[in-house]
Design a protein around this ligand. Structure first.
Ligand code: HEC
Length: 122
């Protein structure tokens, strides 16, 4: 009985999105991510958002340290600001320059480095 209850608690905690961001530096970016990015990139930042069923190109897994480390920061910033097409990727990745300030874009790039726990080349 108790074991069952504990298992249920573990399952619920395990399903918690990365969105519960403890680091104060990243709180605002995490909130923006939940609002604008999670539908495609997933609440768990793994590229498996609820809105990916119809997409011919799947969103990037932002939690993947190897895949994300292969992207220079400059490309990540440009993809966020100007959209996938601007970095020769899929136009299904929308541009955010009319939604975010330049500072929010830079902070989002920092946040993605935090999510993948990887250091990106400059
Ligand atoms: C409508 C769905 C959608 C939304 C919303 C979306 N993305 Fe994407 N994103 C994609 C797709 C699809 C790709 C993969 C493009 C490719 O590999 O050709 C992608 C790729 C990326 C990449 C990798 C670009 C590269 O050079 O490989 C980054 C970084 C990114 N998205 C960040 C974000 C951020 C930050 C947000 C929220 C502000 C966001 N995306 C919102 C669909 C989306």
């Amino acid at each position: 009985m108790l074991a069952g209850a504990l298992a249920a608690v573990t399952v619920v905690l395990g399903a918690q999105p990365v969105a519960a961001e403890d680091d104060a530096n990243f709180k605002s970016s995490a909130r923006l991510y939940d609002t604008y990015c999670a539908q495609c990139h997933g609440v768990n930042r793994n590229g498996k958002g609820v809105n990916t069923g119809g997409l011919s190109v799947q969103p990037r897994d932002h939690a993947d340290p190897v895949g994300m480390a292969s992207l220079p920061r400059d490309e990540i910033v440009r993809a966020i600001r100007d959209g996938g097409a601007a970095v020769n990727k899929s136009a299904l990745m929308p541009p955010w320059s009319s939604v975010f300030t330049e500072e929010q874009i830079q902070k989002m790039a920092d946040y993605l480095g935090h999510v993948c726990k990887c250091t990106k080349p400059n």
